[in-house]
Design a protein around this ligand. Structure first.
Ligand code: UDP
Length: 236
């Protein structure tokens, strides 16, 4: 038994590709094809994309010239840039898609309205949730978890550069072991850190399973949603 409605979160960094910043249209194209395979299989898909390829609040505010709140708003705007780009790629792939923003900017996208988002999903449209939660001091992981809970997603999938959660940093320790299943409390441990504490706590409170998987393994998302958990980790 697979899931029917999912929220997939991609980091902004993932869009940057080799350049390390900006937006690589080939990566957008790859992601939209992966998303299309889900939609073609009858799965309802919500998306959240970070903004780290453009700007992050904490980094922008590092030397104290830009205040954290302003930096965070800049970060939220960065997620809108990525969402608009992703919308184009999804349409290019033949998908129907809407962007909804947590901060109103109606010339660019619809404002976020939960009931309207659900209606779009029911009609087979991909909904991209942009501008994070609309509040500074949060992350797009938290925004993704919040939207997943709001739209009643069966699962949130964090599509990353690694294939799952390890008991320690696999880049530093050759003997790091991948954890196939872990509890929310395990995921909150400092050395594991699947997502930030706020998002894990929100997922825990609402019994929303979190799946961590490798975004660059083609076909992975469809396999996972189909119930094959070989190439991922699940927090539940
Ligand atoms: N951000 C925010 N509130 C939110 C979501 C995001 O203030 O609800 C800001 C924050 O400054 C963050 C930036 O937007 O650094 C980009 O998001 P994030 O760092 O989560 O992106 P990712 O790491 O996934 O690329």
């Amino acid at each position: 038994m697979g899931q029917k409605r999912v929220l997939v979160k991609f980091s902004g960094e993932a869009l940057a590709g080799e350049a390390g910043h900006g937006i690589d249209t080939q990566i957008l194209n790859y992601i939209s094809q992966e998303i299309k395979s889900l939609v073609d299989a009858g799965i309802q898909v919500g998306l959240v994309i970070g903004g780290g390829n453009i700007i992050r609040g904490v980094t922008a505010a590092k030397d104290g010239i830009i205040r954290r709140t302003a930096g965070d708003y800049m970060g939220m705007l960065a997620t809108v840039i990525n969402a608009v780009a992703m919308q184009e790629a999804c349409e290019h792939a033949g998908l129907k898609v809407r962007v909804q923003t947590a901060i109103k900017m109606e010339q660019i996208a619809e404002p976020y309205i939960q009931r309207r988002a659900v209606r779009h999903l029911e009609k087979g449209r991909v909904v991209i949730f942009a501008a994070g939660t609309g509040n500074p001091f949060f992350t797009t992981d938290t925004a993704a978890t919040l939207r997943a809970v709001e739209i009643g997603a069966d699962v949130i999938i964090k599509a990353t550069k690694v294939d799952g959660v390890y008991d320690r940093d696999p880049n530093k320790f050759a003997d790091a072991v991948k954890l196939d299943v872990l509890s929310y409390d395990q995921a909150l441990h400092d050395h594991i850190k699947v997502m930030d504490d706020t998002s894990i706590a929100l997922a825990k409170d609402n019994k929303l399973p979190i799946i961590v998987c490798d975004m660059f393994k083609s076909g992975n998302l469809l396999e996972i949603i189909g119930g094959d958990y070989t190439n991922c980790s699940i927090v539940q």
